[in-house]
Write a protein that binds this ligand. Sequence first.
Ligand code: ATP
Length: 918
Amino acid sequence: MTDHLTYLFLGLGNGAVYAAIGLALVMTFKSSGVVNFATGAVALYCAYTYALLRSGELMIPIPGLPKTVDLGQPLGVAPAMIISLIIAALLGMLFYALIFRPMRNASVVAKAVASIGLMLFIQSLIALRVGTDPVAVAAIIPLKTFNLGDTSLPTDRFWLAVIVIAIAVVATLVYRYTRFGVATEAAAESEKGAYLTGLSPDRIAFSNWALSSAIAGLGGILIAPLVTLNPIAYTLFIVPALAATLVGNFSSIWLTVVAGIVIGCLQSEAINLQTSYSWVPKAGVAEFVPLILILIFLVFKGRALPDRGAVIRQPLGRAPRPDRFLIPAVLGVVVAVIALLATAGSWRAAIVTTMIFGVLGLSQVVVTGFAGQISLAQLTLAGVGAFSVSVLNTHLGIPFPFAPIIAALFAGAIGLIVGLPALRVRGLPLTVVTLALAVFLEAFWFRNPSLNGGTTGSPIDDPRLFGMSLGIGSGEAYPRMGFAVLCLVVLLACALFVAWLRRSRLGMSMLAVRANERSAAATGINVPVVKLAGFGIAAVLAGLCGSLIGYQQTLATPDPFTVFVGITVFALIYTAGVTSVGGAILAGIMAPGGVFYLAFDRFINLGDYYTLISGVLLIITVMANPDGIASRLPRIPFPAVRIRRPVAVDTTGAQGETPQPNVTDHTALAIDGVGVRYGAVQAAEDVTLKVHEGEIVGLIGPNGAGKTTVIDAISGFAPATGTVVLDGLDLGAKRPHERSRAGLGRSFQDVELYDDLSAAENIAVGATNGGDDTRVAVLLAMLGLDEHSKTEVSSLSQGQRQLVSVARVLASKPKVALLDEPAAGLDTNESRWLGLKLRAACADGTAMLLVDHDMDLVLTLCDRVVVLDLGRVIATGTPAEIRDNPEVVRAYLGVPADTAVDLHHDGVPELMTQESTP
Ligand code: ATP
């Protein structure tokens, strides 16, 4: 027992640092919405500055200048610490001014990706300036001991934890009781909120960045005597610190600090278990602690779909549909073969490396560019491929090509596990999981002597096919043409596959999920399955890349697959262009050991500055050019090679006469006793209504009456009581995409289109659920959108966007369409015109429930109208009955009935024609 307590106690030191970095993370997030992955690197910078000051030197962080300035004599603890903390605070302010202030309106994910670039930059800068040799730092807290049972324990860890807890107490008090604290909390909600407190949000952010950097720096300094200074270990403190911050939900200082300390203690105890029990794995248990904590947190906190208003807009660039890829592919192969034949030695090796990393780039394109999930674990998955090939070769005797195929499938299975949390979370927490998993796999597998072949690495047999060696060779013959051709074939196959994927329904579904999970689910897309498919496919590609790296090196070793190389390569792929095949190939060219790398390395000693430049390029890309370099390259106007025959479309009738209503007795949709409660708000109560075949039913009521809530309840987006029956099928237990597939379409009040896709593609995504290309063309023609079919919807007018969202719902010919304010943003003429088109679609087999504030549209178009007020149905009837219903007039118009029902000449009440009624 004492043994366990001892280890738990010893973990207080690391725990305190995680807590300090976690506290700094919370502060920067509160004030500026940045999850700063570089916080560990700032702690590192500060610790090195302190260590050098103590030996009488000041670090100069500018490459080209002398590495340090001699101060003449060593500084004492207090002055060294004060100067280091001031430098840390200044750095925090500098980073905010240069990077995060210009990005203040960017999404949380974009800011975090920029901070990943910053992390690479700081870490490599320090490695360049002071090297990577561990540095010993003299004790700061006096070395005293106390006895726990028979064991004598140092008190410094205890005091370290006390100091961090004291800082947390002060921070809590400041945030709770000072105007600065209140303003920071208000700024977390919105910039305007901060102005209300009389403080400028900029000043608040600058102060928080200065303070948080100083706190992280203090953590770094205080732990330096206990854990030898080393750039990589310190920078990776960010992983457990992020786990702690997730527990505190990026807002609670207390939960974060306690979680940080607990993680440190548990990691220490994990190492105790590792040495004490033979059944505990001999490596990776400490790294497993934050990973498991994050996973537990995600299971409990995550939501399968984002809430209304919580839609995550991705910062990723456009992913253009590759219309022309056969000719570029043939040309690319010809160029590659000529280049391979014309070169030998290091240049040919660089071309080979380019091709191998091109495959990794394609893997990132699938998971990040298409599926929208920022994964930092792709190179780690390549490592899984390489080590698996070795196991398959040496232990199971499985030869080429089966070994790399099985290894890639195994990497795919691990990729699915990496992707599992994506079912419950999105955005940043997922990025944190991929990072934690990469750290774990590196420690548990790649660096585990009992799994990785020990110091000599895991051997991999040369690939052979039909008796012919495809190995990389050695000596004069290195690298052999056979291996180069193997890499080219794999790259070509993967590139064609990814281009096909982008054009396929699955690819469009991925882009739809990336753009907007809620509306993707509403068009029948199974969001979790599509996300998992993205992770799985990308991991298979990464696994293939890993096998090629293994064959290239003839053995599997951890160094090519470390977390840091992985993050560097992620930065490069993002910079090159994470959304297109061209970007992936360019990433290969820019990759470590690739053609560009070699070319530059010949002139300047690029190798040393490679990670540093990657970090800077990543920051610039996120800030200025999210589409990546590939999108800026001149487009070669290759003629399009049609893969499918053009679809003959008969659009006659699309503009035809509007049919008369033909309502039958058959109930298309029946909801009974539907209720929805949000905390204390009863948003809908005992709502009962029916929509018959061929019928358009209006659902009206004042703002906040519960109309959208009823649509959410019917379509499965809000947890509801009561029953929802679609054409005889009870939808009660079905999820949104299942309801959509059963024939229930819906649009969203705030349109929620897939901004990265063209108008035609948006509608085609809707058609994945039953429609086809012909239907897309008919709808485009019917709604007058044909000339915009290839236009990205983000550049359409509000009215056109509305029409696309309606067309997307109608694309799958649903039995019932729930339309939430389709006429918002349309003028009176456009809205009447829309009404005619809706009537035509209704005659074509789609009954409708229409929510709109445009009373002219509702009362002229609908066959019946249901009125909601305060979540309850207060009237149902024909438009004429509703117009004359005094209770409706009172609740909806707020004026005496006799003035409100004064009819227009066209039968529409004058007051009701105001679009902004109530
Ligand atoms: P509008 O015409 O303005 O769109 P509405 O009739 O569609 O209004 P709802 O948006 O359904 O009304 O809202 C009904 C009530 O439920 C409102 O009081 C709203 O504040 C509340 N509400 C809606 N969604 C949520 C939610 N996710 N959490 C808490 N309350 C909610």
